[in-house]
Design a protein around this ligand. Sequence first.
Ligand code: NAD
Length: 289
Amino acid sequence: MKTAKIRNIGVVGAGNMGHQIALLAALSGFKTTCTDISEEALKKAESFADKYLPERVAKGKLTQEAAEQARRNISFTSSLEEAVKDADFVIEAATEKLDLKRKIFASLDKLAPPHAILATNSSFIVSSMVANATARPAKICNMHFFNPALVMRLVEVVKGPHTAPETADVTVELCKAMGKLPVLLKKEIYGFLVNRVLMALTNEALYLLDQGIADAEEIDLAITNALGHPMGPFRLMDLTGVDLTYHICMERYRETGNPADKPSPTVVEMYARGEWGQKKGKGFYQYQK
Ligand code: NAD
């Protein structure tokens, strides 16, 4: 399949990442259907599109015509079947849990047309862990967007041992068609490229916090000013979701059994208290709803 043949995109998950990936696809001219098991997430995603598009027009970043076209291109449904039955390409952006993703991929394999490529936006789970839940492993790869997906240009495309070269090529081309800057990883590795580097930094920042060396604000201040990062690791965790950090560490720990892979005590406590960052109004920082 060539990228030019892609007309319809299905996005599974309308959360932090999915709602923006879906809108990006719609803005890039693809008929996009976004699905979620949560009606609330779907409603929020739809309201976001209804707010974002006119705002872009008002700012002069988008023509009225392009905004209207994008709105026509995107639809929302709680039916997975509805979302992917005509899809040429599916981007899975559901909760970061391996067993859940394996179930979703097994269903996608049954519901999406045989030619469709099924990509996962997972931050850490390599696609070989979901590919064997399907009968089309050659059409499975990682397509890892960064948060916020409408803004961040980089996308990591990761080729697993099962991924056909054509699948990787089409995915790279699709990233470009969405105005993104793709990097192709030729082999699978846990955490891919950016998150391996980021996790090293975040783990060290959490260690400093847990040891009482400095508080989150001071560590963020140091990192932004000394290393030139636009955002410190704690502000970034609030944006990406403290719950996501928790799930990523727990998944890794389940896989390796290495206690060093467990989430830090601070993350465990915040996860239990529901202080998941911006989406909950409180994380390492306080936010107005
Ligand atoms: P999120 O919790 O904000 O959203 C996940 C959504 O998936 C929820 O709305 C949930 O209802 C939905 N969901 C759960 N089970 C489902 C199912 N069976 N079918 C359809 N939808 C289902 O999570 P997120 O932050 O958007 O992360 C989603 C994926 O994107 C994860 O794999 C994560 O690793 C990856 N990712 C996240 C970020 C980030 O910064 N948050 C960045 C890059 C990649």
